[in-house]
Design a protein around this ligand. Structure first.
Ligand code: TXA
Ligand code: MG
Length: 328
């Protein structure tokens, strides 16, 4: 299969890409779409075979449900069998944006999307192209992050091409993702609502709207509430080590070998690394650049990435979560 790379940089190319993407989705093809969080591997959520193809191409376990992306509140309400007042408040406060709401699923959503479960994750992405596509086509789009299972999510069209060139119909280039890490996943089927995956919409911001929110503690909780909570996930090829900023005991790593050791920092550089990158000390800016940095270290053939542990503050929890998983 030849993978088309479509740009959206001019009014004409944007309009042509909208048409092409809608046509391909309607045919049951897979189209990688830009979102503000990370690029998604999209298919028409109502088309079982198309959704199966997502699982196949990603090598994703069938028990890991996929998020459905919608362009309007009306479409969201059609995908859920219940629309509680909390959903309405949160959607009004955070959509379009990096928040996924888990709700009881409606019959239009085939069970392959929800991994056989009774709930569906819904999100309205805040990206000009994809939002327009969802609105004008009316298609609810099932889309996990556009990476092979357990690899680092893509934040550019080139990252997606590196993973899936020749395996999917098209990639829409909508520029680098502006949020940079995956959405916050919030379960609204429990009381109080529970954060299953932290993201840049953090617990304090949710609590301002909801009153109380509980946060998944990472421990196994029986049924697959959110397989994204699997401990190892979001991993670069290189081994990731978290560095507290105290003393850096590198002897066991360097040890006279020729291994490439890179550092990813936000306040100071450790010594002994062969290359390093300083990210901004602001959580929004840091999240935006994080995955591109990991992709870059991987393509450079780095063996070990030492990551300076980010602050243990609410706005950093999504970033800390991804780094902890990458380091597992
Ligand atoms: O920002 C994002 O969420 C990106 C963009 C493309 O929207 N998507 C994304 O999808 O990260 P994925 O499949 O890589 O991660 C979705 C996470 C997984 O941890 C999955 O288990 C969880 O959401 N999830 C999806 N549906 C769920 C459901 N019904 N119940 C519980 N967790 C669910
Ligand atoms: Mg993913």
């Amino acid at each position: 299969m030849r993978t088309e790379m479509l740009t959206t940089a001019t009014a004409d190319s944007f309009a042509a890409a909208l048409d092409r993407a809608a046509g391909l989705l309607a045919q049951g093809a897979l189209v990688a779409l830009p979102t503000e969080t990370v690029y998604g591997l999209g298919a028409d959520a109502r088309n079982e075979n198309a959704v199966r193809e997502i699982f196949r191409v990603k090598g994703r376990p069938a028990e890991n449900p996929v998020i459905v992306h919608v362009g309007t509140l009306e479409t969201a309400m059609k995908c859920a069998s219940e629309w509680p007042p909390e959903a309405e408040k949160l959607a009004r406060a955070f959509w379009p944006g990096p928040l996924t709401l888990v709700l009881p699923k409606a019959d239009v959503i085939p069970s392959v999307v929800t991994a056989g479960g009774p709930t569906v994750g819904l999100r309205m992405p805040n990206h000009r192209f994809t939002l327009e596509l969802l609105k004008t086509s009316g298609i609810p789009v099932a889309a996990p992050s556009a990476n092979p299972a357990n690899r680092v999510s893509p934040t550019t069209a080139v990252h997606v091409m590196d993973y899936f060139d020749g395996k999917i119909a098209a990639v829409i280039d909508g520029g680098p993702s502006m949020v940079g890490i995956e959405s916050t996943v919030l379960d609204l089927t429990t009381r109080p609502a529970r954060v299953l995956r932290p993201g840049m919409v953090h617990a304090n911001a949710l609590a301002e709207v909801l009153g109380t929110v509980s946060v998944h503690n990472g421990a196994a909780t029986g049924a697959l509430k959110s397989p994204g909570m699997m401990p190892r996930h979001y991993s670069p090829r290189a081994k990731v080590l978290l560095w507290s900023g105290e003393s850096l005991a590198f002897a066991p790593l360097g040890n006279g070998s020729t291994r490439e050791i890179a550092a990813l920092c936000h306040s100071r550089y450790p010594t002994n690394t062969t290359r390093s990158m300083m990210l901004p000390r602001d959580p929004e800016a840091y999240a935006r650049l994080l995955y591109a940095a990991l992709h870059e270290f991987d393509s450079a053939g780095v063996d070990i990435i030492v990551v300076e542990d980010p602050p243990d503050l609410p706005e950093w929890q999504g970033i800390r979560d991804r780094l902890r998983r990458a380091a597992t």
